[in-house]
Write a protein that binds this ligand. Structure first.
Ligand code: FSO
Ligand code: SF4
Length: 547
């Protein structure tokens, strides 16, 4: 069949090669084209801002926010609304031209920095600027690896910005690196260096978000989260944006409407300033990919604050609302700039007319093992390692997804030796967080630090253990990495871990299609990156002795 688009940015890409007719995620070729053009326009804008910074001229934070929102909008499962993306392209080109007027030698800048066109020209232009516009497969692979890392970093930056925290150096880097992906003079080695530098800024971005979240809501603490439902109408909040949840909790207080979390919003329950709301009723359902059946049964409105959105069935489209970087045609979108209080009143009014959620399960799960909480337990944990009660920590952070082969992670968790403890973050946890894996001397065998960005917490924990045990190298810890990936936030987490010196990370369920054989080799040779095998083989590899 004739190619109508090309996208290979996520783990579920068609045939592990690329979506060329329609996205497995539901992205249409028409939306894919506008996302390609938006990335291109954002690179052009970044080229101009990087030139202005080089000349010592200031760049407004509003321009930085435009760049990060644009990249966030193109992440897998974030925005399926072509009109919304066209509007972003237009705004970006206008901003780029405004700033270009301040550059003396505009002709020396890249074509992307100089291009503009009317919306009738957008599709034709888009067809020339997608991923395949870079012909050399290694250069293309590295450029896309960097761009996907920057998309993930932009998502995390955006959440920090929503809490009025900025790191201008991270923004300047995102733009410098985006501009560099237009530069044909850069060698493969230059791009490998830039990839590692992206990881460095990934650490900064996650640190920024961690400080923003804990500054606003306190440090996560051990919390039991209800899985069942109450008898009131409810609103289900999904995605990662804690500030959106906070505003909704404030606006629903005393209305008789309960608020539930879904998928990556589960860790909100661990924060003192969020869990204090008595109508934050529990966590409903599982990871993002189960949303079609779970949203149907929830009965009330659902607020998607970020990806992962699945295009909805008609039966609940009217109850699905988007905000921030997300968009779905036919669903209502709630706007609001950073620092503004968003108006959720229409959504709350809808909730009042809805039946309470249908119960999916009962019981509780425990989480809240972010860095400060784990540091508070350090004596106990170190004692358990020294006594041999804990043999190994297994980092199983990352994402969940639809592929059947992900049952590997459930089986792997189930069959781990009893003296192994799982450290997790991100929606990958739903593959094993309801298995009742028990505890070791009171330390649960699944320690959930939070959302995917809270992988930063896992890195801090590893560094702390390294210090306590007086080790030179993080890789000398009794720690193995078996990470599941799906979309581009996992890419920045991976690059951040590489920057921190973590070696021998296993990545599954498949390796990224965007890694060319040569680029994959660089990662294998320098960092020991590997895929996954069978559960039997991997248990043997990690633990030996037929564990
Ligand atoms: Fe999951 Fe989706 Fe958090 Fe991702 S809900 S897959 S890596 O957006 O960001 O873990
Ligand atoms: Fe395909 Fe993933 Fe791209 Fe969607 S995001 S079009 S599933 S590669």
């Amino acid at each position: 069949m004739e190619a109508r688009m090309f996208c290979y940015q996520c783990q579920e890409t068609a045939g592990c090669k690329g979506c060329t007719v329609k996205g497995v995620c539901g992205k249409s070729p028409e939306v894919a084209a506008m996302q390609d053009l938006l990335v291109y326009a954002t690179k052009g804008l970044s080229c101009v801002t990087t030139e202005l910074r080089r000349k010592g001229l200031p760049v407004d934070s509003s321009t930085n926010h435009l760049v990060t929102m644009n990249l966030f909008s193109t992440i897998t499962n974030a925005n399926f609304d072509r009109d919304a993306i066209v509007a972003r392209v237009r705004e970006t080109l206008a901003e780029k031209d405004r700033l270009l007027a301040q550059v003396d030698d505009a002709a020396a800048l890249s074509e992307a920095a100089r291009w503009n066109g009317s919306s009738s020209e957008y599709d034709a232009k888009a067809s020339t600027v997608g991923v395949l516009a870079t012909e050399n497969e290694d250069v293309r692979s590295l450029r896309e690896l960097i761009i996907y890392g920057l998309k993930g970093l932009s998502a995390y930056t955006k959440h920090a910005n929503a809490l009025l925290k900025d790191d201008g150096e991270v923004d300047a880097f995102i733009q410098r690196a985006l501009a560099a992906t237009l530069d044909d003079s850069l060698s493969v080695d230059d791009l490998v260096s830039l990839t590692l530098e992206t990881g460095k800024y990934g650490v900064s971005g996650m640190a920024l978000l961690d400080a923003a979240n804990t500054g606003a809501y306190g440090n996560p603490e051990i919390t039991e989260v209800q899985l069942g439902v109450r008898n009131n109408p409810g609103i289900l909040v999904s995605g990662h944006d804690l500030r959106d949840l906070e505003m909704l909790l404030e606006q629903t207080a005393g209305t008789g409407v309960d608020v539930y979390t879904h998928s990556e919003m589960l860790p909100a329950h661990y924060y003192p300033e969020l869990k204090k709301h008595p109508h934050l009723a529990g966590n409903y359902g599982n990871a993002w990919w189960k949303q079609k059946e779970e949203f149907e049964k929830f009965n009330g409105p659902i607020l998607m604050t970020t990806n992962c959105v699945v295009p909805p069935a008609a039966s609940y489209q009217d109850r699905l609302w988007t905000t921030g970087a997300t968009g779905v045609p036919g669903c209502r979108h709630i706007g609001g700039a950073y620092g503004e209080v968003k108006d959720f009143s229409a959504l709350i009014e809808q909730a009042k007319t809805c039946a309470p959620p249908t119960e999916l399960e009962t019981g509780t799960i425990v989480g809240g093992f972010a860095h400060e909480q784990v540091f508070a337990l350090a004596d106990k944990i170190v004692g358990a390692v020294k006594s041999g009660a804990i043999r190994t920590f297994v980092v199983m952070a990352g994402c969940d997804g639809r592929m059947k082969s992900r049952s590997y992670y459930t089986e792997f968790a189930q069959r781990l030796p009893q003296d192994a403890v799982i450290l997790t973050a991100g929606c990958a946890k739903y593959k094993y967080n309801k298995l009742d894996l028990g505890d070791i001397g009171g330390i649960p065998r699944v320690l959930d630090a939070g959302q995917c960005n809270d992988s930063y917490s896992l890195a801090l924990i590893a560094l702390k253990l390294k210090e306590i045990f007086g080790l030179e190298d993080i890789n000398d810890l009794p720690l193995v990495f078996n990470i599941a990936w799906y979309e581009q936030k996992a890419v920045i987490v991976l690059l951040a871990l590489l920057y921190l010196g973590v070696k021998n990370i296993h990545l599954g369920p498949t390796l990224p299609a965007f890694l060319s054989p040569n680029v994959a080799n660089v990662l294998v040779e320098n960092f020991g990156i590997a895929g996954i095998g069978t559960v039997d083989d991997d248990l043997e590899l990690f633990f030996g002795e037929g564990a």
